[in-house]
Design a protein around this ligand. Structure first.
Ligand code: NAD
Length: 283
């Protein structure tokens, strides 16, 4: 049986994942701002450091996996904590936990992203780039021009940035090379306290209800936790840097032809460009 860290363990999908891991016999070190083994505020650098130190002490320096589910929804007025928790609350914690994950045999990490990554229009590249560069103020400035929609924009930017961080790092020697499988899960609208808070606001509710979901309704937090457990299991040994959408079809609805797309030749190593004969004849 393994030892796992779950952030956001007090509510919603993180809570479901915690309960299911425990029911399967694993040990879970829950991290949350309330009601957890480790209570810490992941919106601050100090809180993230304290959370990592406490988790590392509790696991004895070896971790079989982690679920990064703590997050804030796109509620207006919370732009800074959204960026802090949803992006820095994931990546700073993961960097601190990485040595403990590397000490385990075949550790797995699941980061909870969102289908807002591909279904929110006009997210400024500047905001995403700024987050990836560690500059939260610049990211917030880039989102501010969207006025009342800036919370939704910074929410999507935080989830795009965290997904890119996952994909960039998953394939490196420090992660794949150290035997750690790093992947992301991108849910659509899932019935949790986060969504309930959005639905309690008439304006937000109108936007959520008008959003196309081909299968209809909302997702179930327990089912999303089942996906997390699957992505923490040996079934994910060959899974690396994937972003799995479980969103009732909204991503496919908007972007049926956008993915998969071929890699541009400029991103390929030279020998592959030669192998495929680019430049010699047109396909
Ligand atoms: P939730 O509100 O039920 O749970 C989120 C948890 O994060 C809570 O326990 C909360 O206390 C914790 N948290 C928030 N701020 C924190 C902080 N500063 N420090 C420590 N913990 C903090 O929400 P949920 O719907 O289960 O969301 C889980 C994840 O899924 C989030 O990252 C969210 O962005 C993402 N997500 C949710 C939906 C949805 O529709 N519910 C859709 C896509 C993505």
């Amino acid at each position: 049986m393994g030892t796992y860290v779950v952030t956001g363990s007090a509510s919603g999908m993180g809570r479901q994942a915690t309960e299911k891991l425990r029911a399967a016999g694993h040990g879970v070190i829950g991290i949350d701002i309330k009601d957890a083994e480790v209570t810490a505020d992941l919106s601050t650098t100090v809180g993230r450091r304290a959370a990592a130190e406490a988790a590392l002490a509790a696991c004895g320096g070896v971790l079989d996996g982690a679920v990064l589910a703590a997050g804030l929804g796109p509620i207006p007025g919370r732009q800074r904590p959204i960026a802090q928790v949803n992006y820095f609350g994931v990546i700073e914690l993961l960097m601190a936990l990485r040595p403990a994950l590397a000490r385990a045999e075949g550790a797995k990490v699941v980061v909870i992203a969102s289908n807002s990554t591909t279904t929110t229009p006009l997210v400024p590249r500047r905001a995403i780039r700024a987050l990836l560069a560690g500059d939260v103020d610049k990211a917030l400035r880039a989102a501010r021009v969207f006025g009342k929609n800036s919370a939704a924009i910074i929410y999507a930017a935080s989830k795009i940035a965290v997904s890119r961080w996952v994909r960039r790092h998953a394939v490196t020697g420090e992660w794949a090379g150290a035997g750690i499988r790093l992947n992301a899960l991108a849910p659509g609208a899932i019935m949790t306290p986060l969504l309930a808070e959005q639905l309690a606001d008439p304006k937000e509710a109108k936007a959520v209800k008008a959003f196309p979901v081909p299968v209809g309704g909302y997702g179930d937090a327990g089912q999303l936790a089942d996906w997390m457990l699957f992505m923490l299991s040996d079934a994910a040994d060959f899974m690396c840097g994937s972003v799995v959408f479980v969103d009732g079809g909204s991503d496919a609805y908007f972007r049926a032809d956008s993915w998969p797309v071929a890699v541009p030749a400029r991103s390929l190593p030279r020998y592959l460009v030669r192998f495929f004969g680019y430049g010699r004849s047109k396909p």
